[in-house]
Design a protein around this ligand. Structure first.
Ligand SMILES: Nc1ncnc2c1ncn2[C@@H]1O[C@H](COP(=O)(O)OP(=O)(O)OP(=O)(O)O)[C@@H](O)[C@H]1O
Ligand SMILES: [Mg+2]
Length: 295
């Protein structure tokens, strides 16, 4: 089991050992969340490292990652627990004739007949885990309300069984793409981390971490171009995930520079809307073919 984080810099240092490059705002929130034992709500655009932060924490802490992927219509039965109806039915059928309903009922609503879903698995686990509640903004407000009991008291109420308290306390990370405003009540229980597109040097470090074989000059040019593309008014600006993909593609193609031709042939890796492609070709591609223009 990994030791506790000693300071904000310590978080940065240790997450680096598991291949996650945190800037001071990420490390600051992670440090406080660890000390205050509060969940972290990470919000931000797609592909900026929200999910990866939870994965990196699980790697560093050497804890299992329990992941609840949220989607529209997700309910308690899929997130929390469900009665195992088939097993209950078999139990009732196996019961000798004449056995009292009272005793059967008591039996089939016991823990043996529960199917634990991610939230329950996370708090009932013998060993503490990292609980990732991914893309919480995809669910509705009722679901959020149900989460509140869990996040503030680490307990679950099951009508037939009563209260189930956490055996161990998980480190909790929630992520959101900001597709809807989350409730104040949920935000109040969490520490908030806004993850945005990184600065040039930080993104360069991330790209180089994932593709160390790519030369520094090409990597830097790539990051500068991506940042320029982000500056345009696009439907979907490229994320870190796309920068990494682009770097991998350039490596595969053996490109030792990103000139106008290479850019034109590979820009669909970072730009994925037809209208965006036109804008980017016109605004960035053309500039690349003009050798005298500054990048
Ligand atoms: N700080 C970082 N250090 C190392 N790798 C990073 C970092 N940030 C992002 N990445 C890499 O970028 C990619 C995208 O990250 P991730 O999947 O966590 O994005 P996300 O924010 O969860 O996106 P989405 O909203 O689409 O789910 C991953 O391959 C991840 O390894
Ligand atoms: Mg994600």
């Amino acid at each position: 089991m990994a030791e506790r984080f000693e300071s904000v810099d310590d978080v940065t240092r240790r997450l680096r050992t598991v291949d996650y490059l945190a800037d001071s705002s990420i490390s600051g929130v992670v440090f406080l969340a660890d000390r205050l034992e509060k969940p972290v709500l990470v919000e931000g655009p797609a592909g900026v490292g929200k999910t990866e932060l939870a994965k990196a924490l699980s790697r560093y802490l050497d804890r299992a990652l329990v992941r609840l992927q949220c989607y529209e219509g997700l309910d308690e039965a899929k997130a929390l627990y469900e009665w195992n109806y088939r097993k209950q039915l078999l139990r009732i059928q196996a019961e000798e004739r004449g056995a009292g309903w009272e005793s059967v009922q008591e039996d089939i609503f016991s823990e043996d007949f529960l199917l634990a879903r991610p939230l329950m698995t996370a708090i009932a686990s013998e060993e503490p885990v990292v609980l990732l509640i991914d893309e919480i903004d995809k669910t509705d407000q009722e679901f959020e309300a149900m989460l509140l009991e869990l996040l503030s008291d680490f307990q679950i109420s099951i009508p037939e069984l009563g209260r189930i308290d956490a055996t161990t306390q998980p480190v909790v990370v929630l992520t959101s793409n900001n597709s809807r405003e989350l409730t104040e009540a949920l935000k109040r229980r969490c520490l908030y981390l806004w993850l945005d597109y990184p600065e040039v040097e930080h993104e360069l470090a991330i790209v180089r971490l994932h593709t160390p074989e790519l030369s520094e000059t090409v990597a830097r040019k790539l990051v500068e171009l991506v940042q320029q593309v982000r500056g345009l008014d696009l439907k979907k600006p490229p994320s870190i995930a796309e920068s990494i993909d682009w770097a991998r593609a350039l490596l595969l193609l053996g490109a030792d520079d990103i000139d106008a031709d290479v850019f034109r042939d590979t820009m669909s890796i970072i730009v994925k809307h037809r209208t965006d492609l036109d804008t980017v070709a016109e605004r960035v591609g053309v500039k690349l073919s003009d050798v005298n223009a500054p990048l």
